[in-house]
Design a protein around this ligand. Structure first.
Ligand code: HMG
Length: 566
């Protein structure tokens, strides 16, 4: 690959959040009377994330953004643009970006807004951020993809649910990775997947949506390669509604590329086929490998011989194992995170596989439909940011499995978290020294009225529009120790935060436990006004210590699934 032009704009900070609760697809398959192999091999999925009560696109976006700020050591006041890509908006009118900027202490003079384009909305937001930075209108953007993917219980889409959020800080002189100067793009009015107003589950023409995905990914790739010539990245990362679909697209892409190359250079000269075990060859030529029976026939019509077809199979298999499978761990374990899907995979590959100078191809797809492709180049010393805690592997170790019954209750009742909350007092624990030089990210400051409504930081509007009096300022540290617990039958945690200096704590952890800042939706009043506020969650005592071993295991696990599939 010739070196394509890269911008000096890219990713300077990144943070991820996924709900702790998960559902195993084997359990779902048993409950639905489906062969578990259909979900595990047919869709290549293991489990998906289920949002807890009070956990939604806003609370997840707050967490991912807070983590991006912590990991990068960037002062929130220096951010002058917040763009949120989502299809899980909290309100029909009022942006998540405004809620985030107010709660995280982002500059009052920031541009803020949400952007909708199904799963491609975070990518569209990134493109906007790059444009605004290039034009000199902003210096640093916080871009978030946050979504809950939800289909009706018992529908074909049910096993492909999930939830999660990713936050990226985009600026000049990025310390993690820089973007290519060119992007591939394709858009059209396609009715593959949609969610009518007022409905919380999506409607999808499943098999048509697969065709739309395969076609648009191909067009976005072709458009980019027309602009920059041959593309040969170290890693391929595609939007992944379920892990099998990028694999299906990748096989198609590789096959087309090889057929095109052979038109230009001939295909017979480098065959190694005679050195493969003959049993393998028989299986490959029966269509049990990476190349399907119709494609084998197509190659034969183009005068490819058996050895050349076996060579091609092995090349595609190797590319798949080394360059595509690493990213697919994310959708196999967290499910479809819609707008967060492709960028969480970028973070996963950065954390677990990437080296300085590596190039990633990304193919973002959003139903409706659009696809956007581009390249990222990993910057020298990116590990100094990417390896700072919390890392994505922490989210793999800290999962809790739900029963199908309990998952169904979460799915049907969008209730608040109140029954799971205890009140307590906490003492602040110091955060990482690298971070504490920036005052804003040792914790967050919020103001409340005497009824516990969150008030804006903007001085002219420091009173409650609902007519409540008072204004209380509270600081919430990132990390703390419980010093006192109080169990009550009925609590309005927002009232208690404002008046008693207590904080809501998830569950009943023992006094002395370490807890960390999290967020939940805590109140919905008669006008459907929503309030999000801090809730402290226990920190799991087991930290990730066997990273290399685990990553190795993941690669093997993915590879063997693929093999079983073939
Ligand atoms: P389905 O129709 O129930 O499943 O739903 P199927 O019959 O097509 O089977 C799925 C695979 O399992 C097939 O593999 C079967 O052969 C295999 P393939 O032929 O595709 O390679 N299979 C088995 N394998 C082993 N053992 C068995 C067995 N049985 C079957 N016993 C569908 C599948 C994806 C349509 C459904 O889950 C769905 O509707 N999902 C939601 C929509 C979706 O994810 N679409 C993807 C493209 S659209 C997109 O990406 C955008 C999106 O993210 C939204 C946005 O942009 O905002 C969704």
């Amino acid at each position: 690959m010739q070196t394509p032009p890269f911008l000096d704009i890219g990713i300077d900070g990144i943070g991820f959040y996924v709900p702790q609760e998960r559902l195993r697809l084997a359990d779902l398959a048993h409950a639905r009377g489906v062969d578990p192999a259909k979900y595990i091999d047919g869709l290549m999925l293991e489990e998906f994330a289920v949002p807890d009560y009070g956990e939604d696109a806003v609370s997840m976006a707050l967490m991912a953004s807070n983590r991006a700020l912590l990991k990068s050591g960037i002062d929130p006041h220096s951010i002058d643009c917040v763009l949120v890509g989502t299809e899980s908006a909290a309100y029909a009118v009022k942006s998540i970006a405004a809620i985030l900027s107010g709660m995280l202490g982002i500059s009052e003079h920031a541009f803020t807004g949400d952007l909708t384009h199904a799963c491609a909305s975070a990518t569209c937001s990134i493109i906007n951020a790059i444009g605004l930075i290039s034009a000199g209108l902003i210096k640093r953007a916080l871009v978030i993809g946050t979504d809950v993917s939800k289909y009706p219980i018992g529908s074909a889409g049910e096993p492909t649910q999930g939830a999660g959020a990713i936050a990226l800080i985009i600026s000049r002189n990025p310390r993690i990775a820089r973007f290519s100067a060119n992007f591939g793009k394709i858009s059209g009015h396609v009715n593959d997947f949609f969610r009518p107003n007022g409905q919380d589950t999506a409607i999808v023409y499943g098999h048509y949506s697969i065709d739309a995905y395969l076609s648009f990914q191909q067009h976005a790739y072709d458009d980019l390669s027309r602009q920059i010539g041959p593309i040969d990245p170290n890693y391929w990362i595609f939007h992944s509604p379920y892990a099998k679909l990028p694999v299906q697209f990748f096989r198609q892409l590789m096959l087309r590329r090889k057929i095109n190359d052979s038109h230009n250079t001939g295909n017979g000269s480098e065959s190694l086929g005679s050195s493969f075990p003959s049993a393998d060859q028989v299986q490959i030529l029966k269509g049990k490998g990476e190349i399907s029976c119709p494609d084998i026939q197509l190659l034969k019509n183009l005068d490819w011989n058996d050895f050349e077809i076996c060579d091609l199979h092995h090349t595609i298999q190797q590319e798949l194992r080394e360059r595509l499978l690493p990213s697919l761990f994310v959708s196999r374990h967290f499910g479809n995170m819609y707008s967060a899907s492709v960028w969480s995979q970028v973070m996963w590959v950065l954390e677990n596989y990437a080296r300085d100078g590596d190039v990633f191809y990304f193919g973002s797809y959003g139903s409706g439909a659009t696809a956007i492709s581009g390249l990222l180049q990993v910057q020298p010393n990116f590990r100094s940011i990417i390896d700072r805690p919390p890392i994505m592997l922490d989210s793999v170790r800290t999962r809790e499995y739900l029963t199908v019954k309990s998952y169904e209750e979460h799915h049907e009742n969008n209730c608040l978290i109140l029954p799971k909350i205890t009140l307590g007092r906490i003492s602040t624990l110091p955060t990482e020294p690298v971070v504490t030089k920036n005052i804003g990210i040792q914790g967050i400051s919020l103001s409340f009225c005497d009824a516990g409504c969150v008030l804006p930081h903007n001085k002219d509007l420091s009173y409650c529009p609902q007519g409540h009096f008072g204004r209380f300022n509270r600081f919430f540290p990132q990390s703390a120790k419980i010093t006192h617990l109080r169990k009550t039958d009925f609590i309005d945690p927002l009232l208690e935060i404002a008046h008693n200096g207590e904080v809501p704590i998830l569950g009943i952890p023992p006094v002395g436990s370490v807890v960390e800042l999290n967020f939940r939706k805590l109140r919905q009043d008669e006008n459907k006004l929503l309030q999000w506020a801090p809730v402290y969650c226990p920190v799991p005592s087991e930290l990730v210590t066997e990273q290399d071993y685990l990553v190795e295991k993941i690669v093997l696990e993915c590879a063997s699934t693929l093999h079983r599939n073939a």
